[in-house]
Each structure stands twice: as C-alpha cells, then as structure tokens.
Design a protein around this ligand. Structure first.
Ligand code: V55
Ligand code: FE
Length: 496
C-alpha cells in the first residue's frame, strides 16, 4: 500500500439508482443499546438475528457499478428479556482494508479484476456481502465469487476466510448452501471456482464441525451465473440459465454476465447417494431464469422443485447480449415436477403465486421434505401502490404466506411507503408444527429514512407485528439472514 495516494478531493457518491436516495450507502458501524420496542419480543427469541448486505465504503472506482458489488455489512440484533441491541459492522475483507488505507476504491466493477487499480493486481477482491450463515456455532459471511469469511458471532469482528481445514479446493463458494435437517450436514456448491470463467460446478458436503466430507465435480454446457440450487432427501438439482460469463468481455472491462437467448435453460438432477455419475440433464421448453429456490421434495418417484422463475434475464443488473432495451419480467413461484422413474426429458409446471414475488423462506427443520407453508416478499397492488424501483428492481410491498394445502394466501402489509426484505424463520418451539414460527424481517421506511425490525407470527401475518424494533437510522436493503439461539452463542452475561 506504500505507493497509493489518497485523492485530493472528498468522497461523493454518484446520483445513479444504486448509490442515491433510499439506496445511498449508509456505512454506519453502530452499537445502539436498548432500541425502542413496540409490543413484546417473544421470550423464545433470545439470541441474535443476523442479516448481511452490500454497503459501499467508497464510490465506485469507475463512477459506475451495480448494487451487488458493495462491501459486506453485517447487521446483528441481539434480543434478550424483551430488550434489543443493534450492532452493525463492515466485514474486514482484504479489499476493505486496502481501500480504507487508500481512502478510495481500488477495485473496479462487479467481478471484473481487469477494471482494478494496478496496485491491487492479483489481490483478493472478495466483498463477503450476500448471506449471513450461522452453522456449527460459527458465523459466516458468504458471497458466491469467493470463499466464506468467518466473523465472531458476538462482536462481529472479522476472523478471516476459511477453507474448511484446507479441503476447499475451489476459490469460490455459494451464498446458498443447504443445511440437511436430518444429517445436520451442509450441502454446497461452487462455480467459476477453478477460473474466472469455467463450466465446472463443484459439489461439497461439510459437517457441522467444518470437516469436508465429500467433493465432486461436473461440467455444465456453459459458464453462467448460478446463484442458488435445490436439495431434496435424495436429489441435488440445478436450474442453469443462459446468463453467460465471458472472459473476453471481462478483459474489455465489460460486465461478467449477459443474457444470451441463443442458449437454453437446463436442469441438472443428481442423485445424492450415487453422485455426479448418476447426473441427468433436462431442457426447459421455455427460456427462463431461476431467481431463488423455495424447496425440493419427493412424492414417490416424483421430484418437485419449487422456485421463483422469471421469463427474462435480470436486466437491472446484467445486460441482454443483443437487445439494448430489453423488458425485465418479474419472478413468480412455480413447482416443476419430474417423474424420475421415466426416461423422458420433460416436467410439469404448476404456478404457485398469483403475483410477483421473491426471497422465499420455509421452516428450515423441514427443508428437503414437503413444506406446506412458504413465506416470501411479494408485490400485491391490491394492498397498496408499488414503490419506486430500486437498484434490485421493483421492491416488495408486503410479506406473503402461501399455504400449499389450501392454496390460501395471507399478507403482512407494512404501509404505503415501506418495503420488506427476506425474513428469517424461527420455529415457536423445537416441536412446533411445520411453518409455525416467528418471522423476523427488516422493513425499509422510505418516508422516514429509517428501518424497523418486525417480528411476525408466521400463522397470522395479517395481524401485524407482535413486536416492532425501531431503528434510529436507515439500513441499506440487504440479502439473506439467519438466527442464532443464545445457547449457541455462549452468552453468560450481557456482552459489551
Ligand atoms: C445474486 C446476488 C448477488 C450476487 C449474484 O440474488 C447474484 C442474486 C448479492 O450478490 O453477487
Ligand atoms: Fe440470494
């Protein structure tokens, strides 16, 4: 860092959608004790709520970038005896530390090292900004283009990157691993892991103690963005869509991904026991993209994949390869059903949601088996107006609950200037029925430049929050979170 000189001018964020208004970087590393609480925090919720998102320490080096490239910012709300304390911390990545020392951005646009300042050539570009995962007593910050970063779950201090005892072979790791509620193991994958652009997909199984139990690889027909995947009791499944990576485009300083309509949407289904030797490929008759997965489960020989699907690329983040002005289609929930006893390359599609949605959660105790209850962010204009578009597309104006037995939908509507984020599900007790829990989620109050954390009864969203934890400032819209019970955090006395 010896030759880097801080710029002679002050910091200014651009006026673009990802860096202004309600989405302007917040950058506050806070400790606020005893937040205001309306209502009552359920005693069961003694522990810590985490959520991870992208903030931006500095304006983008080239004046432009997408929201997904911000620096990892962890939020923790620690709850105990009706009290709630807030802690927010940037993840101290190598990149964060280098840029702080230089007082400016050194790394260029999203996943493109060819746009970096030459002084950081070959340095770690990781942002650790997508998923807070509490697993095996450890808190991880995950981002799909790098290895997991471990944080202290009580202080949020950055411990460093992990390679699971030297057994993680690839340079990347998904932000959407699945925890098997029966075995306790983590099933994970990685892509673009042996090179910046690669067709190889890695599969991992890791124990709660952090031991690598299994690693396998298979080759995809193309190199594309693979954000999420599905695991049932007996299968692992990927929906691959042609948001293709291109090394030549990266070298020209362009975006890593572009939507290529000359390719098809492919599904890879892998039997868990047999592994990649038993892989079967399917082709979707319709070109479409999976945004996030809900769950996968089996009914006899039929494998059901439930996920949010959109019939276009994600143009708010990545361009269409040829169309300069493409129309982005919103995602809807769908169930894709594969009869695995048949050799046919086909599946049945059942729509699950009548309006657009995304960021689904189910009761994690029942993942990989049928989940009757699904919770997700939705846009339901019967409840109230749409909000102005944000840097991730149109914001959700409610949280929805889908009961798959009755088909009934119910909603929490936070008001006309408020948007929801993906909630975290905590069962009401260890033996509560499937789906009967508390949902903890952040609400963005756009008219107040402020955020709330709400706690909802999953079985009665329409009743509104049982508790609202009021934050004195705005949190930047974040991605995925988790819950850690106090017993797993080693609490003896209140921590500083
Ligand atoms: C996604 C999110 C990312 C990313 C790539 O939601 C894809 C999809 C938060 O970062 O880097
Ligand atoms: Fe995600």
């Amino acid at each position: 860092m010896d030759t880097i000189v801080a710029p002679a001018t002050g910091v200014q964020f651009p006026e673009s959608i990802a860096f202004s208004g309600f989405f302007k970087p917040v950058r506050i590393e806070a400790d606020v004790y005893d937040l205001e609480v309306e209502g009552e925090i359920p005693p069961r919720l003694t522990g810590a709520f985490y959520r991870l998102g992208a903030d931006a320490q500095y304006p983008p080096r080239l004046g432009r970038d997408i929201y997904l490239n911000g620096d990892g910012m962890m939020t923790m709300v620690r709850m105990e005896n009706g009290h709630a304390d807030l802690k927010t911390r940037f993840v101290r990545t190598e990149r964060f530390k280098a840029e702080r020392a230089a007082r400016r951005s050194l790394f260029g646009v999203y996943r493109n090292p060819f746009t970096d300042d030459p002084s950081v050539a070959g340095k770690d570009r990781g942002t650790a900004n997508t998923t807070a995962l509490f697993y095996g007593g450890r808190l991880f910050a995950l981002k799909e283009d790098n290895r997991p970063t471990e944080l202290d779950p009580n202080t949020l201090e950055t411990i460093g990157k992990t390679d699971f005892g030297g057994k993680l072979t690839g340079r990347t790791f998904t932000a959407h691993p699945k925890i098997d509620p029966v075995t306790g193991n983590m099933i994970a994958f990685a892509y673009n892991s042996d090179a910046l652009v690669s067709n190889w997909i890695y599969l991992y199984e890791i124990s709660p103690a952090g031991e690598m139990l299994r690693e396998e690889r298979f080759e995809a027909p193309y190199s594309s963005m693979i954000h999420d995947f599905l695991v049932s009791r007996n299968y692992i499944a990927f929906t691959l869509y042609p948001m293709l990576a291109d090394l030549g485009r990266l070298k020209e300083g362009g975006p890593i991904f572009a939507w290529d309509t000359s390719q098809q949407t492919k599904i890879a289904i892998i039997p868990r026991t047999e592994g990649v030797a038993g892989l079967r490929w399917f082709t979707s008759p319709k070109l479409c993209m999976e945004t996030h997965t809900i769950n996968a489960w089996e009914d006899g020989p039929v494998l059901h994949l439930e996920h949010f699907i959109s019939n276009s690329g994600w143009y708010s983040q990545f361009p269409h390869l040829t169309d300069p002005n493409p129309r982005e289609e919103p995602p809807f929930g769908q169930r894709w059903s594969f009869d695995m006893s048949s050799a046919a390359d086909s599946f049945a599609v059942t729509p699950l949601t009548p309006h657009p949605g995304e960021m689904p959660v189910v009761d994690p105790r029942f993942l990989m088996s049928r989940c009757r209850h699904v919770f997700f962010g939705a846009i339901n204009t019967d409840l109230g107006p749409m909000l102005d578009w944000g840097p991730m597309g149109p914001p959700f104006n409610c949280l929805a609950h889908l009961d798959q037995d009755t088909g009934a939908l119910s909603y929490y509507y936070p008001g006309p200037h408020a948007s929801t984020e993906e909630p975290v599900f905590v069962p009401k007790s260890d033996d509560a029925p499937e789906g009967d829990g508390w949902l903890i989620g952040v609400i963005g109050r756009r008219d107040q430049q402020r955020s709330d954390v709400v706690i909802l009864d999953s079985m009665n969203l329409a009743a509104g929050p049982v508790a609202t934890i009021k934050l004195p400032f705005r949190l930047r819209y974040a991605f995925h979170g988790d819950w850690a019970p106090a017993a797993d955090l080693g609490w003896t006395a209140p921590t500083d």
